[in-house]
Design a protein around this ligand. Structure first.
Ligand code: ATP
Ligand code: PMV
Length: 186
């Protein structure tokens, strides 16, 4: 079993998962820390099958939101056949030399089970944020998305670390310091 440190991030839409994991990678350095997106291979295949723009599905765009419900459904069908499908593809693409892998977008208990089964040093990190701030960042409640498994399956998970990302940079910095400390201890 690899002794890489695996940080499995999750959080609601617009809580700031990409923002926080991007900052973390900056702090640790790209050579030491690779970002793994479970939704990466999902979006790539979905774009190919449906003649869509893969790059536009990756960023925080309206385009992505337009196709989110269909992508969730498609991904769930794939996961039903093999819950490890996207996790396997994500790690196959990851940097083997990085000592820290940051999974940016876990959504399901099966994702957590996968990393806990295959790695020793795993921490789950939940990014949280008030709904008022999520709305300011462009979040609009969408039925069949925000109340579905994709957004809610990890709500009751016993996360190791909670990061509050309401936009207070000082508060975020303090939390980063203790997260970096936890990583060093591992
Ligand atoms: N602490 C912060 N300070 C400033 N801007 C932030 C902060 N956190 C997030 N944002 C901004 O809010 C928007 C949403 O953040 P981000 O894309 O990281 O969320 P997400 O949880 O990855 O969302 P999604 O699940 O929809 O991809 C982005 O434009 C991002 O730059
Ligand atoms: C389809 C899906 O992967 C979209 C994720 O997009 P994002 O991480 O919010 O950019 C969500 C899911 O896997 O259920």
């Amino acid at each position: 079993m690899s002794d890489k440190v695996i940080l499995v991030f999750s959080g609601k839409r617009k809580s700031g998962k990409d923002y926080v994991t991007g900052l973390l990678q900056e702090r640790l350095g790209k050579a030491n820390c690779d970002l793994l997106r479970l939704s990466g291979p999902l979006k790539k295949q979905f774009a190919k099958d449906h003649q869509l723009d893969y790059d536009k599905l990756l960023d925080a765009s309206e385009y992505k939101e337009k196709y989110r419900a269909a992508m969730i459904k498609w991904g769930e069908d794939m996961r039903l056949a093999n819950p490890a499908y996207f996790c396997n593809l994500a790690i196959a693409d990851a940097s083997t030399s990085a000592s820290v892998w940051v999974i940016t977008d876990a959504r399901r208990k099966t994702d957590m089970d996968y990393f806990n089964k295959h790695f020793n040093k795993v921490l789950s990190v939940r990014v949280v944020c008030d709904d008022t701030i999520r709305i300011q960042r462009g979040w609009v409640f969408t039925a069949n998305v925000d109340d579905a498994e994709s957004e809610c399956n990890l709500d009751d998970y016993a996360h190791n670390i909670i990061i509050r990302n309401d936009g207070n940079q000082h508060e975020l910095e303090m939390q980063f310091q203790s997260l970096m400390e936890r990583i060093r201890e591992m």
